[in-house]
Design a protein. Structure first.
Length: 373
């Protein structure tokens, strides 16, 4: 074997060793930066602002995998939320508020993780939404602002989206079906107890069908609980993608705080959102439209009258590349009998100082840019 051949063999061997090493262990950094402008208006009050996360929450993350052999791998994920408008950390200033988990994954048996992890319910809820949580049409954009200092979530479990102290299981895909299950420990908290949830997703032949459930209990039976359910999905007919979903959240938790705090003035707040939407692609541009019926079934301590509402949204996405997207649109929701609904933009919900109209309508116009890396 001549010198050139020996050199070629040596290089090939080195590449094989490096490839094997990379296959055995790898760490990937990834992220998303999303910023936009919106103009939510309700009644006689309005605000113009720069927002972060109008399409999807800005984040920086690290995920890793180590091949342990025999189809088994160690996995981890650390993901922080970033408020791009002011550079602060999201999720209340947590270092890795979007996810902090470690676990084992097996191609045959699935993945088991521990840590702070997105709930099974939140992982499928966006799949029934034509806006996929984007803009003033995304289902998480809806809040009720009842005073200059008080804001309440219509879908608290969708907004909170994650559980601390959780054990999470994700199955392999069997014939297009994937299951998730999760349990979180209350750990003697004075505000919340244990939490648990499950979901199922079927994807095949253009169909994406989903069902999910989540419950957060209070610290004891007297404190109540928060329950959430979603069912629905989409069908991709190539010329358009159609969405249909029903989301129900019920909150009787007297001690829950933050995003999962109960609606004031009600012993139990309950909202049912039924949405019908469509995404129509035109090359790099995709038009989005959605109608959502909001049914308020809360048990108010005083008579309020019918607070159901109609919510209509129109928007569009323009892909400048595979990584960069422009988005824009408008949403409007009706108000009556003091319902005071207001619309934010995706993860950037309307500020508490924007008091919702007791009658008439609330609307929001938005535009932004998102880049994935």
């Amino acid at each position: 074997m001549n010198g050139m051949a020996k050199h070629a063999v040596a290089c090939a061997a080195l590449l094989c060793v490096c490839g094997a090493a990379n296959a055995q262990s790898s760490v990937t950094m990834y992220g998303r930066v999303d910023a936009g402008m919106d103009s939510p208006r309700s009644g006689g009050s309005s605000v113009n602002r720069l927002v972060s996360g109008g399409s999807a929450g800005s984040n920086l993350g690290f995920r890793g995998v180590e091949d342990l052999g025999g189809g088994l791998a160690a996995v981890f994920r650390l993901e922080m939320g970033i408020n791009l408008d002011d550079g602060t950390l999201g999720q209340g200033g947590r270092a890795f508020g979007r996810e902090a988990s470690v676990g084992l994954s097996d191609a045959r048996f699935g993945t088991l993780q521990m840590g702070r992890i997105p709930t099974p319910y939140s992982m499928v809820q966006s799949s029934v939404d034509a806006f996929v949580w984007e803009g003033a049409g995304g289902l998480l954009a809806l809040t009720r602002n009842v005073s200059p200092t008080t804001q309440r979530q219509v879908l608290p479990m969708g907004v909170s989206a994650r559980q601390d102290n959780a054990v999470n299981y994700v199955s392999p895909r069997w014939g297009g079906i994937e299951f998730r299950g999760q349990y979180s420990f209350g750990e003697n908290s004075t505000t919340i107890g244990r939490g648990y949830g499950a979901s199922a997703r079927y994807q095949a032949g253009g169909f994406d069908l989903n069902a999910g459930f989540q419950r957060q209990e209070g610290p004891d039976d007297a404190a109540g609980k928060v329950s959430a359910m979603v069912v629905g999905g989409s069908y991709d007919a190539r010329f358009a993608k159609f969405f249909l979903g029903m989301t129900v959240e019920k909150n009787s938790c007297a001690t829950c705080t933050g995003a999962i705090a109960r609606m004031p003035g009600a012993s139990t707040s309950e909202f049912r959102l039924t949405n019908l939407g469509v995404r129509v692609p035109f090359g790099q541009f995709t038009a989005v439209a959605q109608f959502t019926r909001v049914n308020d079934r809360s048990d108010y301590t005083a008579l309020t009258g019918n607070r159901d509402a109609n919510w209509i949204s129109l928007g569009g996405d323009y892909d400048l590349s595979k990584r960069t997207r422009l988005y824009f649109g408008v949403g409007q929701i009706s108000n009556k009998n003091g319902s005071q609904y207001v619309l934010g933009t995706g993860a950037a919900q309307a500020p508490a100082m924007l008091v919702g109209s007791s009658s008439g309508s609330s609307r929001n116009i938005y535009m932004g840019v998102r880049h994935n890396f």
